[in-house]
Ligand binder design. Structure first.
Ligand SMILES: Cc1cc2nc3c(=O)[nH]c(=O)nc-3n(C[C@H](O)[C@H](O)[C@H](O)COP(=O)(O)OP(=O)(O)OC[C@H]3O[C@@H](n4cnc5c(N)ncnc54)[C@H](O)[C@@H]3O)c2cc1C
Length: 873
């Protein structure tokens, strides 16, 4: 039998074996189906699943029906969902259930050069623009950054407002109700995800093979379980069985270099370190200069550092529970020079005699460059060094536009089409956590966590500390366990409202997993796997992980993304320098309740939802005319999930200069119709407005004086006056400014389509032209290749009449409500009704007044005052 056929037979045998597990109740039907897709791949599952479960049609009819319905449901999904699955195809791309080793990385990076198909994209060449970024400029910018950062980072004050709470018992019970309405024949246990909380709490039972079942057994009756068998269990290639008691070994230790992968679950480097049974030394090296990169990235802002401090502390405790601990180190510098991770690792290797260094890969171009040089330097001295992909679902350096072209680049659907080019890979299975780590005989000397100075608090003149993180501490659990608890809560509740109501600011309808994903306390693969396994699988949520990967892909293509506008004309846009406006925006004191509530939530809890990020970004850019970089830097300093790639991509898009710039502008008042229709979000974060009625709470300046008095609102005292009042005019100005730069830099506007043109990075030029040289080589010398990108119709129209106001532009992009056009129409209808009613009312009043005057002049008696009729005041 040929090996491939033998492999297929093995896989089917494995599936049959698993089927027996389902029959005896040790595996649930959904988990079994997910395993099938994982083992056989999509195509094989589609073809053979029905025949594999055929024996059940007589042995257990209800189970057969249940599996058939899961199968049908899965394969009747939309193309998008398929794309998602394609996207989710393993970063490890494992056909073999064993963990693959270092060769994976190189395999991943191989790009199918021969697969070139001519692209439909128009490439134009132009001469090098003046003022394009250079390494030297970036270095200068770095100096500038230090100045700017010190200016921006004022001491974080404490506003003393209540924190968010996310998971409630009510939500959990709601979910059970929903699940119980599921497909007949599917037990409740199939629709609820099994948390790994038990793993963290019950370390006593984490012994060898007992780990899976016993860890669950404690409260099985309360918590229905979804299968854990589907996770890939590590047997160390037959050499080191997870969970076996370990003793110091004579072989040289492995240095396990933790960075943004602070987790035990689904951690390929961690499991890779168990391969040879050698002692493992987990280390964390703090090297702030390396993190920041060459430009103004603010990669590690205040909030992020605080989270990192807490997460490291939690992670060290997790490692202690499996018999190890985390060694903290500060990157060593020579003299007073910049500390480098390589230097620190080299010294550590000398001290411990380690011969292997393992880590999970990072994708920021400057960190990748650092890692590449660490790998090659260590390999030169005979130390094996490997980087495992796991931060994204796709290694961004492996994503190629070949065969897809460049049309629509920047959009998530274009990106997913690029990912879809590898549809044959099997879905990699998330890895179980190890039960123990072999320890070295001698531990290297580290420093205490506090010495990294990640959670330093400013002091007042009198020496007392300003604890700006008090609300952040109350709002979040910083541990890996906390990540799994949030995921669990989301899959039980918020996920059911995600598709339609994820924009609501007044309800926890999104996962709030972003900080955990950022610090690698939860792997995207684990998240996707659980989301796929849950009963409710909103495609919108799954697309979000594609957005995340897209951001990293963009950053690898455009390393200047965090500080330089991608569309050249927009670099010359006239931005406001009003520091007062910036400060008001940052502190939530603009006088626009929706903006203020969101900015205060950010300040106090380090987070706000996606919709609100759009609202505050639109306000900063379109109405305050402050540059997107200001917004980006503030977010980087205050968000707990501040992520250079995602944040930069989103701010570029919001700042009108990203690859996929927004074709909408959020209105600071009307957007509330979608996200906070009853004003409860405002009441929470702007309690000084709490007594205003729902209809006026988002526009208190419209309240009659008596109402303001009754509600205790005094503008300029209890609540700020609006910092800008002429919203329409400001929007028109912003639009006119864009028209000016587009006229000035006409070489970056496509004459035919009116679209903006973006200079292509060499890698994309190579892909578009089917060149084997991935850097575009000599072709790009002295030349620029320009690509037309998606451009707002509003801009194209304004170009024809630059001085026109925004309201007269037929493509006016201001959205009253973000998600629903219908809601917009309803508002328009109500406004119209309101207008008609006012006109009628004024007409009636005028007639009454005329008649009354007439009677007075004629000496006639006035008519009696109307009784029982509501008078409009
Ligand atoms: C101006 C602006 C700046 C942003 N800055 C960041 C940032 O620094 N870090 C960050 O993680 N997200 C950022 N986002 C994206 C998004 O707002 C957050 O990821 C999301 O609000 C996090 O909440 P959640 O985990 O509940 O998201 P969910 O809706 O539950 O999504 C799940 C996960 O998908 C990813 N995701 C969601 N939306 C996006 C998106 N638009 N792009 C890329 N990935 C996404 C995140 O990792 C998120 O945790 C920004 C959005 C805007 C408009």
């Amino acid at each position: 039998m040929p090996p491939s056929a033998a492999g297929a037979q093995d896989s089917k045998a494995l599936v049959r074996q698993l089927l027996r597990e389902v029959l005896v109740g040790r595996e649930d039907p959904e988990g079994f189906f997910a395993m099938c897709v994982s083992i056989l791949g999509q195509q094989e599952t589609r073809t053979h699943f029905q025949s594999l479960i055929q024996p059940l049609s007589t042995a257990n009819r209800s189970l057969h029906c249940c599996l058939t319905s899961i199968y049908l449901e899965y394969f009747s999904k939309t193309g998008d969902d398929d794309l998602e699955f394609a996207l989710a195809l393993s970063v490890l791309e494992m056909k073999d259930p064993q963990l693959s080793t270092c060769s994976e990385e190189s395999t991943l990076q191989q790009l199918g050069a021969e697969a070139y198909q001519s692209s439909s994209v128009q490439l134009t060449s132009a001469s090098q623009p003046q003022g394009s970024s250079s390494r030297t400029q970036r270095a200068d910018a770095g100096g500038e950054r230090k100045k700017k950062q010190s200016v921006q980072k004022g001491p974080r004050g404490v506003m003393g407002l209540p924190q968010t709470t996310q998971e409630t018992e009510l939500q959990k019970s709601t979910h059970v109700d929903k699940c119980n309405k599921g497909t007949p024949g599917t037990s409740q246990s199939t629709c609820v995800s099994k948390p790994y909380a038990s793993f963290f709490k019950q370390e006593a039972v984490l012994k060898g093979d007992q780990m899976t079942e016993e860890g669950d057994s404690g409260n099985q009756s309360e918590k229905p379980k979804r299968s854990r068998n589907r996770r890939k269990r590590w047997d160390g290639g037959g050499q080191q069985v997870v969970g076996m008691p370990t003793s110091p070994s004579a072989s040289p230790p492995v240095l396990l270099w933790f960075r943004r992968d602070l987790r035990l679950c689904d951690n390929p480097a961690l499991l890779g370190s168990l391969e040879n049974g050698a002692p493992v030394i987990p280390v964390f090296i703090w090297s702030p200069e390396e993190e920041e990169g060459p430009g103004i990235t603010v990669a590690m802002g205040g909030a992020c550092k605080y989270w990192l401090h807490q997460a490291l502390s939690c992670f060290s405790s997790s490692l202690e529970r499996i018999g190890s601990h985390l060694v903290f180190l500060k990157a060593n510098g020579v003299g007073h020079g910049v500390g480098s991770s390589l230097r620190t690792l080299t010294e550590l290797i000398k001290e411990t005699g380690a011969r292997t260094v393992l880590a999970n890969a990072l994708y920021e171009p400057w960190l990748k460059e650092r890692d590449d040089s660490v790998v090659s330097a260590l390999q030169k001295v005979g130390v094996q060094c490997r980087m495992f992909p796991s931060y994204c679902l796709r290694d961004p350096y492996s994503v190629s536009t070949e065969g897809v072209g460049l049309r629509g680049i920047g959009s998530v659907s274009h990106f997913m089409s690029c990912c879809k080019q590898n549809p044959d890979s099997a879905l990699g299975v998330p890895l179980d956590p190890p039960a123990s780590l072999p320890t070295p005989a001698n531990w290297p000397q580290g420093v205490p966590l506090d010495a990294l100075e990640l959670a330093l608090m400013p002091r007042r003149k009198d020496g007392t500390m300003i604890d700006w993180a008090v609300n952040i501490r109350k709002s979040w659990d910083f541990s890996e366990e906390g990540a799994h608890a949030r995921l669990e809560a989301f899959l039980q509740d918020g996920v059911y409202r995600y598709e339609k109501e994820s924009g609501r600011a007044d309800a926890p309808n999104t996962s709030t997993l972003s900080p955990y994903l950022h610090f690698g306390q939860l792997s995207p693969r684990w998240l996707l796997w659980d989301a796929k396994g849950a009963r409710c699988r909103p495609p919108k949520f799954q697309r979000k992980l594609a957005w995340r990967d897209l951001a990293y892909w963009q950053l690898t293509l455009f390393p200047d993304l965090p500080w330089e506008s991608l569309r050249p004309p927009y670099k010359a846009l006239r931005w406001s320098t009003d520091r007062g406006h910036l400060k008001a925006w940052q502190r939530g004191r603009t006088g626009y309740p929706l903006v203020d509530a969101a900015m205060r939530q950010l300040w106090l809890t380090g987070w706000m939802n996606n919709y609100m990020r759009h609202v505050v970004a639109s306000f900063l850019i379109a109405y305050l005319h402050l540059s997107w970089q200001e917004g980006y830097r503030w977010f980087q300093d205050t968000l707990l999930d501040a992520d250079v790639a995602i944040d930069a991509m989103m701010w570029q898009n919001g700042g009108m200069c990203g690859l996929d710039h927004w074709n909408f502008v959020m209105h600071p008042v009307d957007a509330a119709m979608t996200c906070d229709p009853y004003g409860s979000y405002i009441r929470k974060w702007c309690p000084e407005l709490a007594d205003l009625p729902d209809e006026l709470i988002h526009k208190p300046w419209k309240c009659p004086a008596s109402m303001l008095r009754r509600s205790g609102v005094i503008f300029g005292q209890t609540y700020p006056d609006r910092i800008v009042t002429d919203l329409e005019e400001r929007r028109s100005q912003s639009l006119q400014d864009v028209a000016v730069v587009r006229r000035e830099f006409v070489q970056y506007v496509d004459k035919r389509s009116g679209c903006d043109l973006v200079p292509l990075p060499p890698r994309l030029v190579s892909e578009a032209l089917g060149l084997s040289d991935r850097n575009g080589g000599q072709l790009t010398e002295g030349k620029q290749f320009l690509l037309p990108v998606i451009t707002r119709m509003e801009f194209k129209h304004q170009q024809e009449d630059p001085d026109a106001d925004a309201a007269s532009n037929p493509y006016n992009a201001v959205l009253k409500g973000y998600v629903s056009r219908k809601r917009d129409e309803t508002i328009a209808f109500l406004n119209e009704k309101d207008f008609t009613a006012s006109v009628l009312f004024e007409g009636v009043q005028r007639t009454e007044r005329l008649e009354s005057n007439h009677r007075r002049m004629e000496g006639l008696p006035q008519p009696p005052a109307p009784q029982g009729r509501a008078r409009r005041t």
